[in-house]
Design a protein around this ligand. Structure first.
Ligand SMILES: [Zn+2]
Length: 366
Protein backbone atom coordinates (compact mmCIF):
# COMPACT_ATOMS: atom_id res chain seq x y z
CA UNK A 1 0.00 0.00 0.00
CA UNK A 2 2.78 2.43 0.90
CA UNK A 3 4.48 1.73 -2.43
CA UNK A 4 1.23 2.42 -4.27
CA UNK A 5 0.65 5.68 -2.41
CA UNK A 6 4.24 6.66 -3.19
CA UNK A 7 3.68 6.12 -6.94
CA UNK A 8 0.59 8.34 -6.83
CA UNK A 9 2.24 11.06 -4.74
CA UNK A 10 5.33 11.06 -6.95
CA UNK A 11 3.08 11.78 -9.93
CA UNK A 12 2.65 15.47 -9.13
CA UNK A 13 -0.73 16.85 -10.24
CA UNK A 14 -1.40 20.52 -9.49
CA UNK A 15 -4.87 21.45 -10.77
CA UNK A 16 -3.66 24.00 -13.33
CA UNK A 17 -1.13 21.65 -14.98
CA UNK A 18 -3.49 19.80 -17.32
CA UNK A 19 -0.87 17.42 -18.70
CA UNK A 20 0.32 16.49 -15.20
CA UNK A 21 -3.21 15.83 -13.93
CA UNK A 22 -3.87 13.71 -17.02
CA UNK A 23 -0.73 11.68 -16.25
CA UNK A 24 -2.23 11.05 -12.79
CA UNK A 25 -5.53 9.99 -14.40
CA UNK A 26 -3.52 7.66 -16.71
CA UNK A 27 -1.98 6.10 -13.61
CA UNK A 28 -5.38 5.51 -11.97
CA UNK A 29 -6.65 4.07 -15.24
CA UNK A 30 -3.74 1.63 -15.44
CA UNK A 31 -4.28 0.67 -11.78
CA UNK A 32 -7.89 -0.38 -12.47
CA UNK A 33 -7.12 -2.23 -15.71
CA UNK A 34 -7.82 -5.91 -15.27
CA UNK A 35 -10.68 -5.32 -12.83
CA UNK A 36 -14.21 -6.33 -13.82
CA UNK A 37 -15.25 -2.71 -14.41
CA UNK A 38 -16.44 -0.39 -17.16
CA UNK A 39 -14.33 2.70 -17.75
CA UNK A 40 -15.46 6.04 -19.06
CA UNK A 41 -12.87 8.79 -19.53
CA UNK A 42 -14.56 12.15 -19.89
CA UNK A 43 -12.32 14.61 -21.77
CA UNK A 44 -11.32 17.74 -19.86
CA UNK A 45 -12.57 21.18 -20.84
CA UNK A 46 -11.73 24.83 -20.17
CA UNK A 47 -8.10 23.95 -19.57
CA UNK A 48 -8.71 21.28 -16.94
CA UNK A 49 -7.80 17.60 -17.16
CA UNK A 50 -10.02 14.54 -17.73
CA UNK A 51 -12.45 12.88 -15.34
CA UNK A 52 -12.42 9.10 -14.99
CA UNK A 53 -15.51 7.04 -14.14
CA UNK A 54 -15.00 3.42 -13.05
CA UNK A 55 -18.15 1.31 -12.74
CA UNK A 56 -18.47 -2.06 -11.03
CA UNK A 57 -21.86 -3.46 -11.92
CA UNK A 58 -21.57 -6.96 -10.45
CA UNK A 59 -24.64 -6.12 -8.34
CA UNK A 60 -26.64 -4.73 -11.29
CA UNK A 61 -27.15 -1.31 -12.77
CA UNK A 62 -29.62 0.46 -10.44
CA UNK A 63 -28.91 3.19 -7.90
CA UNK A 64 -25.80 2.36 -5.93
CA UNK A 65 -22.80 3.79 -4.14
CA UNK A 66 -20.83 6.69 -5.61
CA UNK A 67 -17.24 7.17 -4.40
CA UNK A 68 -15.67 10.58 -5.05
CA UNK A 69 -11.95 11.34 -5.13
CA UNK A 70 -10.15 14.34 -6.57
CA UNK A 71 -6.63 13.61 -7.82
CA UNK A 72 -5.48 17.22 -8.22
CA UNK A 73 -3.42 18.90 -5.50
CA UNK A 74 -2.55 22.49 -4.55
CA UNK A 75 1.21 21.85 -4.72
CA UNK A 76 3.06 23.17 -7.80
CA UNK A 77 5.35 20.92 -9.85
CA UNK A 78 8.73 20.82 -8.13
CA UNK A 79 7.34 20.56 -4.58
CA UNK A 80 8.46 16.92 -4.56
CA UNK A 81 12.03 17.83 -5.59
CA UNK A 82 12.00 20.83 -3.24
CA UNK A 83 10.33 21.33 0.13
CA UNK A 84 8.18 18.19 0.35
CA UNK A 85 9.83 15.01 -0.97
CA UNK A 86 8.04 11.69 -0.43
CA UNK A 87 9.47 10.33 2.81
CA UNK A 88 8.65 8.17 5.80
CA UNK A 89 9.29 9.24 9.37
CA UNK A 90 7.98 6.73 11.91
CA UNK A 91 4.20 6.49 11.40
CA UNK A 92 4.15 9.52 9.09
CA UNK A 93 4.27 9.52 5.29
CA UNK A 94 5.06 12.92 3.80
CA UNK A 95 4.46 14.16 0.26
CA UNK A 96 2.52 16.69 -1.83
CA UNK A 97 -1.16 15.76 -1.77
CA UNK A 98 -0.53 12.71 0.40
CA UNK A 99 -3.12 13.74 2.99
CA UNK A 100 -5.36 15.74 0.62
CA UNK A 101 -6.16 13.33 -0.83
CA UNK A 102 -4.02 10.76 -2.64
CA UNK A 103 -3.58 8.61 0.47
CA UNK A 104 -7.34 8.39 0.92
CA UNK A 105 -8.07 7.90 -2.78
CA UNK A 106 -5.51 5.11 -2.96
CA UNK A 107 -6.87 3.25 0.04
CA UNK A 108 -10.45 3.60 -1.21
CA UNK A 109 -9.37 2.26 -4.60
CA UNK A 110 -7.74 -0.70 -2.84
CA UNK A 111 -11.04 -1.43 -1.06
CA UNK A 112 -12.92 -1.02 -4.36
CA UNK A 113 -10.44 -3.39 -6.05
CA UNK A 114 -10.93 -6.05 -3.36
CA UNK A 115 -14.70 -5.79 -3.58
CA UNK A 116 -14.71 -5.81 -7.40
CA UNK A 117 -12.48 -8.90 -7.51
CA UNK A 118 -14.57 -10.70 -4.91
CA UNK A 119 -17.87 -9.59 -6.49
CA UNK A 120 -18.97 -8.79 -2.94
CA UNK A 121 -20.68 -5.39 -3.25
CA UNK A 122 -24.41 -5.43 -2.49
CA UNK A 123 -25.02 -2.41 -4.72
CA UNK A 124 -23.45 -1.23 -7.97
CA UNK A 125 -20.41 0.92 -7.21
CA UNK A 126 -19.28 3.90 -9.29
CA UNK A 127 -15.91 5.46 -8.59
CA UNK A 128 -15.45 8.99 -9.98
CA UNK A 129 -11.97 10.56 -10.10
CA UNK A 130 -12.01 14.32 -10.74
CA UNK A 131 -9.31 16.86 -11.79
CA UNK A 132 -10.33 20.24 -10.35
CA UNK A 133 -11.64 20.10 -6.76
CA UNK A 134 -8.94 22.37 -5.41
CA UNK A 135 -10.23 25.30 -7.48
CA UNK A 136 -13.93 24.69 -6.73
CA UNK A 137 -14.68 21.85 -9.21
CA UNK A 138 -15.73 24.14 -12.10
CA UNK A 139 -15.68 21.38 -14.75
CA UNK A 140 -16.45 18.28 -12.66
CA UNK A 141 -19.42 19.64 -10.73
CA UNK A 142 -22.04 18.75 -13.37
CA UNK A 143 -20.64 15.22 -13.64
CA UNK A 144 -20.58 14.80 -9.85
CA UNK A 145 -24.19 15.98 -9.58
CA UNK A 146 -25.36 13.79 -12.48
CA UNK A 147 -23.77 10.69 -10.90
CA UNK A 148 -25.03 11.62 -7.41
CA UNK A 149 -28.61 11.88 -8.68
CA UNK A 150 -28.34 8.23 -9.77
CA UNK A 151 -26.80 7.12 -6.45
CA UNK A 152 -28.26 5.93 -3.17
CA UNK A 153 -25.19 6.92 -1.15
CA UNK A 154 -22.06 9.02 -1.68
CA UNK A 155 -18.70 8.34 -0.01
CA UNK A 156 -15.99 11.00 -0.24
CA UNK A 157 -12.34 10.23 0.43
CA UNK A 158 -11.25 13.63 1.74
CA UNK A 159 -8.83 13.43 4.70
CA UNK A 160 -9.96 12.36 8.17
CA UNK A 161 -9.81 14.89 11.04
CA UNK A 162 -8.55 15.02 14.60
CA UNK A 163 -7.60 11.41 15.15
CA UNK A 164 -9.64 9.67 12.46
CA UNK A 165 -12.98 11.46 12.67
CA UNK A 166 -15.12 11.52 9.54
CA UNK A 167 -17.16 14.42 8.22
CA UNK A 168 -20.96 14.57 8.22
CA UNK A 169 -21.44 18.33 7.74
CA UNK A 170 -19.53 21.13 6.05
CA UNK A 171 -20.12 24.84 5.74
CA UNK A 172 -21.19 26.30 2.41
CA UNK A 173 -18.65 28.41 0.52
CA UNK A 174 -19.16 31.63 -1.44
CA UNK A 175 -16.57 33.38 -3.63
CA UNK A 176 -16.72 37.00 -4.76
CA UNK A 177 -14.59 39.48 -6.69
CA UNK A 178 -14.82 43.20 -5.97
CA UNK A 179 -13.46 45.94 -8.18
CA UNK A 180 -13.41 49.63 -7.31
CA UNK A 181 -12.97 52.13 -10.12
CA UNK A 182 -11.85 55.64 -9.20
CA UNK A 183 -10.49 58.65 -11.01
CA UNK A 184 -6.72 58.75 -11.66
CA UNK A 185 -4.71 61.92 -11.15
CA UNK A 186 -1.14 63.09 -10.51
CA UNK A 187 -0.67 62.72 -6.75
CA UNK A 188 1.30 65.98 -6.53
CA UNK A 189 -0.07 68.35 -9.15
CA UNK A 190 -3.76 67.31 -9.27
CA UNK A 191 -4.43 65.52 -5.96
CA UNK A 192 -7.83 67.16 -5.48
CA UNK A 193 -9.06 65.86 -8.88
CA UNK A 194 -8.44 62.18 -8.06
CA UNK A 195 -10.74 59.60 -6.48
CA UNK A 196 -8.70 56.77 -4.98
CA UNK A 197 -9.89 53.23 -5.76
CA UNK A 198 -7.60 51.95 -2.98
CA UNK A 199 -8.99 54.30 -0.33
CA UNK A 200 -12.52 53.22 -1.26
CA UNK A 201 -11.50 49.56 -1.19
CA UNK A 202 -9.96 49.95 2.26
CA UNK A 203 -13.41 50.89 3.55
CA UNK A 204 -15.04 48.03 1.62
CA UNK A 205 -12.55 45.55 3.12
CA UNK A 206 -13.48 46.61 6.65
CA UNK A 207 -17.19 46.43 5.81
CA UNK A 208 -16.83 42.91 4.42
CA UNK A 209 -14.63 41.63 7.25
CA UNK A 210 -17.15 43.16 9.64
CA UNK A 211 -19.84 40.75 8.40
CA UNK A 212 -18.07 37.89 10.24
CA UNK A 213 -20.35 36.54 12.98
CA UNK A 214 -18.82 33.60 14.86
CA UNK A 215 -22.01 33.00 16.85
CA UNK A 216 -23.87 32.32 13.60
CA UNK A 217 -20.95 30.44 12.06
CA UNK A 218 -20.55 33.07 9.32
CA UNK A 219 -17.04 34.13 8.29
CA UNK A 220 -15.89 36.56 5.61
CA UNK A 221 -12.27 36.85 4.49
CA UNK A 222 -10.63 39.24 2.07
CA UNK A 223 -7.86 36.89 1.00
CA UNK A 224 -6.29 38.81 -1.88
CA UNK A 225 -5.88 42.47 -2.78
CA UNK A 226 -4.21 44.35 -5.60
CA UNK A 227 -4.42 47.85 -7.02
CA UNK A 228 -2.67 51.01 -8.12
CA UNK A 229 0.01 51.60 -10.72
CA UNK A 230 2.68 53.82 -9.13
CA UNK A 231 3.36 55.64 -5.83
CA UNK A 232 2.66 59.04 -7.44
CA UNK A 233 -0.67 58.21 -9.09
CA UNK A 234 -4.08 58.39 -7.41
CA UNK A 235 -5.14 54.79 -8.13
CA UNK A 236 -7.88 54.15 -10.65
CA UNK A 237 -8.39 50.46 -9.90
CA UNK A 238 -8.34 48.07 -6.94
CA UNK A 239 -9.37 44.37 -6.78
CA UNK A 240 -10.09 42.00 -3.92
CA UNK A 241 -11.17 38.35 -3.64
CA UNK A 242 -13.62 37.44 -0.89
CA UNK A 243 -14.34 34.08 0.75
CA UNK A 244 -17.65 33.53 2.59
CA UNK A 245 -18.50 30.52 4.80
CA UNK A 246 -21.99 29.81 6.13
CA UNK A 247 -23.72 27.04 8.08
CA UNK A 248 -27.05 26.94 6.28
CA UNK A 249 -28.78 27.83 3.03
CA UNK A 250 -30.66 30.80 4.50
CA UNK A 251 -27.43 32.42 5.72
CA UNK A 252 -25.89 31.76 2.29
CA UNK A 253 -28.70 33.68 0.60
CA UNK A 254 -28.62 36.49 3.16
CA UNK A 255 -24.87 37.12 3.00
CA UNK A 256 -24.66 36.63 -0.76
CA UNK A 257 -27.21 39.42 -1.07
CA UNK A 258 -25.27 41.65 1.36
CA UNK A 259 -21.99 41.25 -0.52
CA UNK A 260 -23.50 41.58 -4.01
CA UNK A 261 -25.34 44.70 -2.80
CA UNK A 262 -22.30 46.61 -1.51
CA UNK A 263 -22.49 50.29 -2.44
CA UNK A 264 -19.63 52.80 -2.75
CA UNK A 265 -18.88 54.95 0.30
CA UNK A 266 -17.62 57.68 -2.04
CA UNK A 267 -20.23 58.50 -4.71
CA UNK A 268 -17.40 59.39 -7.10
CA UNK A 269 -16.29 55.77 -7.20
CA UNK A 270 -17.84 52.73 -8.93
CA UNK A 271 -17.98 49.39 -7.10
CA UNK A 272 -18.46 46.21 -9.16
CA UNK A 273 -19.20 42.92 -7.39
CA UNK A 274 -19.41 39.49 -9.02
CA UNK A 275 -19.63 35.95 -7.63
CA UNK A 276 -21.95 34.07 -5.31
CA UNK A 277 -22.32 30.83 -3.38
CA UNK A 278 -20.08 28.17 -4.93
CA UNK A 279 -20.55 25.13 -2.66
CA UNK A 280 -23.91 24.88 -0.89
CA UNK A 281 -23.85 23.94 2.82
CA UNK A 282 -23.58 20.19 3.58
CA UNK A 283 -26.03 19.85 6.45
CA UNK A 284 -26.32 16.68 8.53
CA UNK A 285 -29.74 15.29 7.61
CA UNK A 286 -31.52 12.41 9.36
CA UNK A 287 -30.50 10.15 6.44
CA UNK A 288 -26.86 11.17 6.86
CA UNK A 289 -27.11 10.34 10.55
CA UNK A 290 -28.46 6.85 9.71
CA UNK A 291 -25.58 6.34 7.25
CA UNK A 292 -23.07 7.55 9.86
CA UNK A 293 -24.43 5.10 12.46
CA UNK A 294 -24.12 2.32 9.92
CA UNK A 295 -20.46 3.26 9.32
CA UNK A 296 -19.93 3.35 13.07
CA UNK A 297 -21.26 -0.23 13.36
CA UNK A 298 -18.97 -1.36 10.51
CA UNK A 299 -15.99 0.26 12.28
CA UNK A 300 -16.95 -1.39 15.57
CA UNK A 301 -16.85 -4.75 13.78
CA UNK A 302 -13.33 -3.97 12.59
CA UNK A 303 -12.34 -2.96 16.11
CA UNK A 304 -12.29 0.83 16.20
CA UNK A 305 -14.48 3.60 17.44
CA UNK A 306 -15.59 5.91 14.61
CA UNK A 307 -16.64 9.47 15.44
CA UNK A 308 -17.57 12.48 13.35
CA UNK A 309 -16.36 16.07 13.60
CA UNK A 310 -18.51 19.08 14.30
CA UNK A 311 -19.44 20.96 11.13
CA UNK A 312 -16.16 21.84 9.41
CA UNK A 313 -15.45 25.11 7.62
CA UNK A 314 -13.74 23.46 4.64
CA UNK A 315 -15.84 22.65 1.57
CA UNK A 316 -15.58 19.56 -0.64
CA UNK A 317 -17.42 17.84 -3.47
CA UNK A 318 -19.55 16.28 -0.73
CA UNK A 319 -21.27 19.67 -0.44
CA UNK A 320 -22.76 19.21 -3.92
CA UNK A 321 -24.09 15.71 -3.27
CA UNK A 322 -25.40 16.34 0.26
CA UNK A 323 -27.22 19.45 -1.00
CA UNK A 324 -29.01 17.21 -3.54
CA UNK A 325 -30.35 15.20 -0.59
CA UNK A 326 -28.18 12.13 -1.28
CA UNK A 327 -26.85 10.73 2.04
CA UNK A 328 -23.13 11.56 2.00
CA UNK A 329 -20.24 10.60 4.25
CA UNK A 330 -16.99 12.49 3.88
CA UNK A 331 -13.55 12.42 5.48
CA UNK A 332 -13.25 8.70 4.78
CA UNK A 333 -9.67 9.13 3.57
CA UNK A 334 -6.36 8.79 5.36
CA UNK A 335 -5.78 10.31 8.81
CA UNK A 336 -2.94 12.80 9.20
CA UNK A 337 -2.44 16.55 9.14
CA UNK A 338 -1.05 19.56 7.28
CA UNK A 339 -3.29 19.68 4.19
CA UNK A 340 -1.96 22.21 1.63
CA UNK A 341 1.28 22.81 3.62
CA UNK A 342 4.89 21.72 3.32
CA UNK A 343 4.45 19.38 6.28
CA UNK A 344 1.45 17.56 4.77
CA UNK A 345 1.45 13.93 5.92
CA UNK A 346 -0.70 10.85 6.39
CA UNK A 347 -0.51 8.24 9.16
CA UNK A 348 0.51 4.74 8.10
CA UNK A 349 -1.43 3.25 11.04
CA UNK A 350 -4.68 4.63 9.61
CA UNK A 351 -4.33 2.95 6.19
CA UNK A 352 -5.43 -0.56 7.10
CA UNK A 353 -8.45 0.22 9.31
CA UNK A 354 -9.76 2.80 6.86
CA UNK A 355 -9.32 0.47 3.88
CA UNK A 356 -11.32 -2.11 5.83
CA UNK A 357 -13.95 0.50 6.70
CA UNK A 358 -14.39 1.43 3.04
CA UNK A 359 -14.55 -2.24 2.04
CA UNK A 360 -17.04 -2.91 4.85
CA UNK A 361 -19.26 -0.06 3.64
CA UNK A 362 -19.21 -1.30 0.03
CA UNK A 363 -20.09 -4.81 1.21
CA UNK A 364 -22.94 -3.81 3.53
CA UNK A 365 -24.68 -0.75 2.07
CA UNK A 366 -27.92 -1.77 0.43
ZN1 LIG B 1 -9.25 17.57 -0.87
Amino acid sequence: MIGGIQRWVETESPTQSTAAVNRMIDLVQSDVSGLPVKLERVPGRNGFADNLIVRNQAAGEGPGVLILSHIDTVHPIGTLAGPLPFRRDGDKLYGPGLFDMKGGAYLALEAFRQVANAGSAKLPVTYLFTPDEEVGSPTSRSLIEAEAKKARYVLVTEPARDGGKIVTARKGVGRFELKTIGVPAHSGARHQDGRSAIKEMARQVLAIEGLTDYARGVTTTVGMISGGTAPNVIPQYCHISVDLRVRDVAAGEEFEKKILGLEPFDPGITVEVTGGMNRPPFEKSAAIDVLFRHAQAVARGIGFDLQHTEMTGGGSDGNFTAALGVPTLDGLGIDGDGAHTEWEHGLISSIEPRTRLMRGLLETLQ
